[in-house]
Design a binder for this molecule. Structure first.
Ligand SMILES: Cc1cc2nc3c(=O)[nH]c(=O)nc-3n(C[C@H](O)[C@H](O)[C@H](O)COP(=O)(O)OP(=O)(O)OC[C@H]3O[C@@H](n4cnc5c(N)ncnc54)[C@H](O)[C@@H]3O)c2cc1C
Length: 425
């Protein structure tokens, strides 16, 4: 059906697009695929400041050494896109995704511990762990299957200006400066969005005064697809299983440290790092034998004060940046993207303006409860589980012991831990 557009930007000196996404990290790239599938008739362009690595379009941007625990809702989104498992030789996320069959939570030096098994979840995996680099490769490859999706990289967006019917962007590429216009601009430029700040969008920030130390670790006992979450005096420590089978002896470590200690941790050589980790984690995985290069991420809660404006939407870390301990940030961002896609598809069907504030408010209003509940849970969880305050320790231990005997509470707790919202699976 051909629609009469009320929101066309009329300007001949700008290359005109329906939707421009700024930022090709995990969120921007996933959203580009979701929108292209739902709205194949629209011209969608994604720009990223980082160069593409090769013909496979392997981005270097946010697809670093980290791994992500995907919830069942996130997996359903990738199944709908046809990239969870794909026919033939196409890269499919599931090929290198590790099922989480058990989650084991414990508190170092205390009795409280509890575990949750896939048998308590009707035999279904509790989530899947995917290395970000593999997720990036699959997403990058998937973008090629959408004829009206264009990827421009390296292309740095320097400025966005809202005009009647849309927005104009100035873009710096290797060939020089150019200008684009779009009916809707989606900003996915990462935590503390610089483009959002340029537009005068404020950010509420709460520093956790902690950093996450990320590395991959090897050990001499197979992990059996168990994800470990352990609370230590320094802060929470997670070990996410990587690989399957009797020889799977590798895990993705997220180890939280107070910001004052992190320089010392960075200075440790491999031997010292493994010895200290062994002391904190214990011997559930036998001897820890190897550790990769460490990468450090300072942690804070950052919430954009506005997520929608006429012709503009902020998504992903640009909208909300959460502590990684509860594994919520990316799973929430994907649910946001699914909602935004549904709202824009409905607007297009009804010949409504994609960028009007009435369309975009439907997205913001529709996701508000999920965002607020998830952010509150993640923040509360982080505070209780990052503290060596005796009251918080007691709450933690009573909580862990209590969860062991109360099946419904345990299910709610682990659903949240696995990045599943209170409302969506
Ligand atoms: C240690 C750690 C572990 C985590 N584990 C989990 C987990 O297990 N489960 C979970 O759900 N979440 C997890 N998260 C959260 C998850 O990593 C984030 O939700 C996700 O990375 C957000 O991606 P993004 O695309 O919004 O931002 P980014 O990854 O920061 O991408 C932003 C992109 O925008 C580009 N860009 C920036 N400015 C411009 C510009 N001006 N012009 C053009 N391009 C630009 C950048 O090059 C970059 O590619 C974790 C986070 C951390 C830190």
């Amino acid at each position: 059906m051909k629609h009469t557009r009320t929101d066309q930007v009329n300007d001949t000196d700008h290359e005109a697009h329906d939707i421009v996404i700024v930022g090709g990290g995990m969120v921007g790239l996933s959203l580009a695929c979701m929108l292209s599938k739902a709205l194949p008739q629209l011209s969608i362009t994604l720009l990223d400041a980082h160069p593409v690595a090769d013909q496979q379009r392997l981005y270097q941007s946010s697809f670093d050494a980290r791994s992500t625990a995907l919830s069942s809702a996130s997996i359903d989104i990738y199944k709908t896109l046809g990239i969870w498992s794909a026919p033939g030789d196409s890269p499919a996320i599931a090929t290198h995704a590790t099922p989480i069959k058990t989650v084991h939570v414990s508190d170092r030096g205390h009795l409280g511990q509890v575990s949750y098994e896939d048998t308590e979840n009707a035999g279904a995996a509790l989530g899947y762990v995917v290395e970000n680099s593999w997720l990036g490769a699959c997403l990058s490859k998937a973008t090629a299957s959408y004829p009206r999706l264009t990827i421009l990289a390296p292309a740095q967006v320097d400025d966005i200006r809202v005009v009647p019917g849309g927005a104009k962007l100035s873009v710096a590429t290797e060939k020089g400066h150019s200008a684009l216009s779009a009916r809707l601009v989606i900003i996915a430029d990462g935590a503390g969005s610089k483009l959002g700040a340029k537009l005068g969008i404020g950010v509420e920030t709460h520093s956790y005064r902690q950093s996450a130390v990320i590395a991959n670790v090897e050990f001499d006992v197979p992990h059996n697809c168990v994800a470990y979450e352990r609370f230590t005096a320094q802060g929470p420590l997670a070990m996410l299983p990587l690989g399957e089978g009797p020889n799977a002896r590798r895990a993705a470590l997220v180890w939280t440290w107070p910001e004052g200690d992190v320089d010392a941790v960075k200075g440790w050589d491999d031997r010292m790092f493994l010895a200290r980790l062994q002391r904190s984690f214990g011997y559930r995985l036998g001897n820890l034998t190897r550790v990769s290069k460490r990468v450090v991420y300072p942690l804070s809660l950052m919430l954009a004060r506005e997520q929608v404006r006429s012709s503009l939407v902020l998504v992903g870390n640009a909208a909300h940046f959460l502590h990684p301990v509860a594994g919520q940030g990316f799973n929430l961002a994907l649910r946001d993207c699914a909602k935004l896609t549904a709202v824009l598809a409905s607007a297009d069907t009804n010949a409504a303006s994609l960028g009007s504030i009435s369309t975009l408010s439907k997205y913001a209003d529709g996701q508000r409860f999920d965002q607020q509940a998830t952010i509150a849970m993640s923040h509360g969880f982080t505070r209780v589980f990052s503290s060596d305050n005796p009251v918080n320790q007691a709450v933690r231990n009573l909580g862990l012991v209590g969860l062991g005997v109360c099946a419904p509470a345990k299910t709610v707790f682990f659903n949240q831990m696995m990045g599943r919202s209170a409302i969506v699976g």
